[in-house]
Structure formats: structure tokens, C-alpha cells
Design a protein around this ligand. Structure first.
Ligand code: URA
Length: 234
């Protein structure tokens, strides 16, 4: 089995992220650091280590959805020592990783698994999985601003991908907007609103593909349903 596939199947990270770990010299096979991405291993005989731990293939896969609160980092260990989404998971018996990321100050739906192929099907740009966000901004937004967002704003000379943007409500103080994107460039939604001079009060992801956040409480996780899991495997 390819080393990156082995790592993702062990729940270390998605396949692409696993390749980075290999390139960075963080993986040992039979006591030697390997950096060759084309390394094949015999999972029955070879001993693969990451951070001093011998890796084993999991006996079953886990798929969770979480309502990430603001103020949590989407990483296994935060270099600034901040709270992470893994602090919110009570059952630590299975090693999981997050599929994609939300910013520290963004809340809402994030998926976790130990199935690298599944993670790949959710995040790989070629599958064009939709992500929907509810953005709360200060003040009333006007149609010309929505038009700019839809077309794709330019940030540092680079045009952000087009987005589906729809007003939801204005309560006299804040406008709520639905934004649907398929790419996941870093801070994409924040860049879009920065570019039109709107300050985001709250950014919340409410949907990934056909998986909805629903009424999951902040900070809570729950297993994805069979249908939700299957919806990414089409
Ligand atoms: N876009 C952002 O700007 N931040 C997120 O957390 C997700 C999408």
C-alpha cells in the first residue's frame, strides 16, 4: 500500500496532508525517515511511526459532524496553545482528523473522520462540494454589493471564485447573507466581505454538500447518518 494511503487510512490526515508529512520528514518506516512520496509499504510487516507512535490500521471508520464554536482552532495541536476542536471530543479512543478547516473565529459545521478516502471525497476541488455559510454583517447591504460578491472580488490581484450570494434578512442593524462556495481558499468568505468594506460580525457554516448543521448544539458532535456518508461517495 502507498505510504500516504496508509497514513490517511490510519486516520493521521487526509491523503494530501499525509503527503506533506512525508515530505517534511515526519514519518519513519522501519526506523528510517522516508521522504519519497512513492514509498510502498507492506502494512502487515513494516513498522510505520509518526511522532514516536507505531501506526495501526483502524478496525472501523468513524464519521462525525460537529458544531464548532468560535474560539477553537481546527488543528490537533495549536502552536499558540489555544483550545482546539479536539478538546470538545469526549471519546478519545479513536484518532480522528478534521476535514478542511474553519477559522478560529468561525463557527458551524465541521466534519471529522479517520477515513482518508472519505476526507478526500469531501475536500478535493474536483468534486465541487458546496459549502454554505450564513454571514452576519453590520449595516444594510445593497444590491450592487451582492453583485460584486457574486462575480468574484479581487484580492491581492487574484479573483476569488464566483459565489452564490443571497440576502436573507435585515433587522435594522445587521444583514444576514447566505453564501455558497465550492472552493475552499483560506479565509475566502472573509476576504470577499473585506473587499467590499463590510465587517463580518459572525461567520457560520451551515452546510457541506447535503449535510446540514441542523439543530446540533454549539460544541457538540454527533455521528453522521448512513445517507450523509453515502452522499459524498456518489
Ligand atoms: N471562509 C472564511 O473566510 N473562513 C472560514 O472559516 C471559512 C470560509
Amino acid at each position: 500500500m502507498r505510504l500516504n494511503k496508509f497514513l490517511s487510512t490510519c486516520g493521521i490526515a487526509s491523503r494530501r496532508k499525509s503527503e506533506e508529512l512525508i515530505k517534511n520528514g515526519e514519518i519513519e518506516v522501519n526506523g528510517k525517515v522516508v521522504t519519497n512520496l512513492a514509498t510502498d509499504i507492506d502494512e502487515k510487516k513494516d513498522v510505520v511511526m509518526y511522532k514516536g507512535e507505531v501506526l495501526k490500521l483502524p478496525s472501523s471508520f468513524v464519521y462525525l459532524k460537529m458544531n464548532k464554536p468560535k474560539g477553537y482552532a481546527c488543528t490537533a495541536s495549536d502552536e499558540k496553545g489555544r483550545k482546539t476542536i479536539f478538546d470538545l471530543i469526549e471519546d478519545k479512543s479513536v484518532r480522528l482528523f478534521n476535514i478542511g478547516r474553519l477559522d478560529y473565529d468561525t463557527e458551524g459545521l465541521i466534519l471529522l473522520t479517520n477515513d482518508g478516502d472519505f476526507a478526500n471525497a469531501v475536500i478535493h476541488p474536483s468534486f465541487e462540494i458546496e459549502k454554505e455559510y450564513i454571514v452576519t454583517v453590520e449595516g444594510k447591504m445593497v444590491e450592487s454589493e451582492f453583485a460584486v460578491l457574486r462575480k468574484g472580488v479581487v484580492v491581492d490581484g487574484v479573483r476569488m471564485p464566483e459565489a452564490r450570494v443571497k440576502p436573507i434578512s435585515f433587522d435594522g442593524k445587521f444583514t444576514k447573507v447566505s453564501v455558497v462556495i465550492t472552493e475552499g481558499q483560506n479565509h475566502q468568505v472573509r476576504h470577499m466581505f473585506d473587499a467590499i468594506g463590510k465587517s463580518i460580525k459572525l461567520l457560520k457554516r451551515v452546510r457541506i454538500g447535503s449535510v446540514h448543521l441542523g439543530n446540533l448544539y454549539r460544541g457538540k458532535t454527533k455521528p453522521m447518518t448512513e445517507e450523509e456518508i453515502a452522499s459524498f461517495k456518489k
